[in-house]
Design a protein around this ligand. Structure first.
Ligand code: FAD
Length: 505
């Protein structure tokens, strides 16, 4: 350990107390549990756990004095993208989980203000019963509202675009200055969580997927509970239905007929939630097509499966359902499975269904059993225009490359109003070194191939963050040059999350 680091750790202990500074074995939870290679590549040297904003400022002061790099996390559950691990080995994790107050819930205007340690479960519970407002949880509901929002994470209700439903931040800059964005810049503001821009330039987006500050409070809009809901699912019989599914869906999302995010899932993605791979195929390489076909028939799913949720009074939900159904009937072999219309107080059972009515759950973790052994996954997350031909091209390419690396196509598209996130999880068994390596190599190969074809990532694992960033190259990487200029101005010592999203001091 360098002298500077040991002096910094001593100073952290004096400022925060011994129990707020972790080293040695206590750092195990900060290793990436889904690392596709050696997790030690991104191992931290320590973690500090402040309890309030003053303690955060003290940490920043010490880090500046000793030039120690920090890595900010809210609850550090960014699994599939690096967990709580820092980009730079030996950084000190600034773990904000002890700052876990729900500062405000406004049940008139429909917003909450939370600190970094508040999880979707915490906020959901605090909203009480009957729920007048809903949270929008990601598929794995245990993460924090702030961490997921800053990563521009996604859920599946109409409020699924988390970055778009954020309003008002408190940020501590590297020099310790505390900034409130938007209307919060007025000391006596009465509208911080209702109008994001404020007066003059708006900076909220600057603190998402960046290393320009430490976010210590965040406002989040909540979805008003509807009168009732209907969960709908379509199963499509053919692999090459995808283009038609996307082209049928797009106008229904654009004009708001489908209110929730529309999630299109491959057969393997659906099957991994309810079964293990060995039930269908236990041979080498990717699952062959005939095994996938048998599996879909036996489980009663499609080669592609679409799910969405309709909300509101029953007459309106039925009207939406009829319009949607008339459009999808044109796809040969499409089957509609429709759950009965339910009052909002009635909770569905399945994990995906629960998420679509704002109930956090952890059922998505079932996928880890797919390959057996110690299940893990690393995600490949390109953005796709909601065009059938682009979706078909992306799915075909990922499927073919995955097969070359011996992995299955666990993929799907989440369609919002204007874009689709194509999420492919390379599921592997961490006990199998060759499979782990293949998963990492596959993601890198795909990223290069997609970048060359004009498809960029919305999010990336630590190991490929620089590669993902380098593909945003217009005008000799002008965007990255701008980010570096801002980084240098705000954080001249480069202490905040160096390398985050490819932004280096
Ligand atoms: C099975 C499974 C399913 C998943 N499903 C989804 C899904 O549906 N949608 C989805 O979006 N993700 C999903 N994920 C990915 C991930 O688990 C979630 O996004 C999770 O919510 C992130 O955890 P966190 O809130 O602890 O984030 P953190 O790890 O706390 O934060 C993530 C990153 O944000 C930045 N950051 C965090 N807090 C701060 C702060 N206060 N100030 C400055 N920067 C900060 C840091 O760069 C940090 O690395 C899934 C993962 C798994 C394993």
């Amino acid at each position: 350990m360098s002298d500077a680091l040991s002096d910094a750790l001593a100073a952290f202990r004096i400022a925060l107390g011994d129990d707020a500074v972790l080293t040695g074995n206590a750092l195990d939870p900060y290793l990436d549990p889904f690392a596709p290679g050696d997790a030690a590549t991104h191992a931290p040297s320590a973690a500090v756990l402040p309890r309030d904003v003053d303690a955060v400022r003290a940490v920043l002061g010490i880090a500046n004095r000793y030039r120690v790099p920090l890595w900010s996390v809210s609850t550090g559950r960014n699994f599939a993208y690096g967990g709580a691990s820092p980009r730079v080995k030996g950084s000190v994790v600034l773990d904000l989980r002890r700052m876990n107050r729900i500062i405000d819930i406004d049940q008139t205007l429909g917003f909450a203000v939370v600190e970094p340690g508040v999880t979707y479960y915490d906020l959901h519970r605090a909203l009480g019963t009957p729920r007048r407002f809903w949270v929008d949880p990601p598929a794995a509901g245990w993460g924090s509202v702030i961490g997921n929002t800053l990563e521009r994470g996604y859920g599946t209700t109409p409020y699924g675009d988390h970055a778009a439903h954020q309003c008002g931040m408190e940020v501590v800059l590297a020099n310790g200055d505390i900034v409130r964005t938007g209307m919060g810049a007025m000391s006596a503001s009465r509208a911080w969580q209702v109008f994001r821009p404020g007066f003059g330039p708006s900076y909220d987006d600057m603190f998402m997927q960046s290393n320009f500050g430490v976010v210590t409070k965040l406002g989040v809009w909540l979805m008003p509970a509807p009168e009732g809901y209907m969960i709908c699912r379509y199963a499509f019989a053919h692999e090459d239905d995808l283009a038609q599914i996307v082209d049928t869906l797009r106008p229904l999302k654009l004009d708001g007929t489908i209110q929730s995010q529309a999630v299109i899932e491959s057969a393997v993605r659906w099957a991994a939630g309810v079964s293990a791979r060995r039930e269908w195929y236990d041979g080498p390489g990717a699952m062959p097509d005939d095994a996938i076909e048998t599996m879909t028939r036996k489980i009663g799913i499609g080669r592609w499966n679409l799910r969405f949720c309709l909300y509101g009074p029953q007459s309106m939900v039925n009207a939406r359902r009829d319009i949607i159904h008339a459009r999808f009937q044109s796809i040969e072999g499409a089957t509609l499975f429709e759950m009965p219309y339910r009052n909002a107080s009635v909770e569905p059972v399945g994990g995906g269904d629960r998420a679509q009515v704002g109930i956090p759950n952890m059922e998505a973790f079932n996928l880890l059993n797919w390959r057996g052994g110690t299940g893990a996954h690393i995600d490949f997350s390109p953005i796709c225009a909601p065009l059938g031909r682009d979706a078909a091209q992306q799915a075909r390419t990922v499927r073919e490359r995955a097969a070359q690396f011996g992995l299955d196509y666990y993929g799907g598209f989440t369609m919002g109003t204007r874009a689709m996130h194509h999420i492919f999880a390379a599921i592997f068994n961490r006990d199998d070194a060759q499979q782990s390596h293949a998963a990492g190599a596959l993601i890198e190969t795909l990223m290069r191939e997609f970048g060359a074809a004009g498809f960029g990532q919305y999010r990336a694992h630590l190991s490929v963050m620089d590669l993902a960033a380098s593909q945003y190259d217009f005008n000799d990487h002008a965007l990255m040059r701008l980010s570096r200029t801002i980084k240098t101005a705000l954080d001249p010592n480069g202490i905040l999350s160096p390398g985050k999203q490819g932004i280096w001091p």
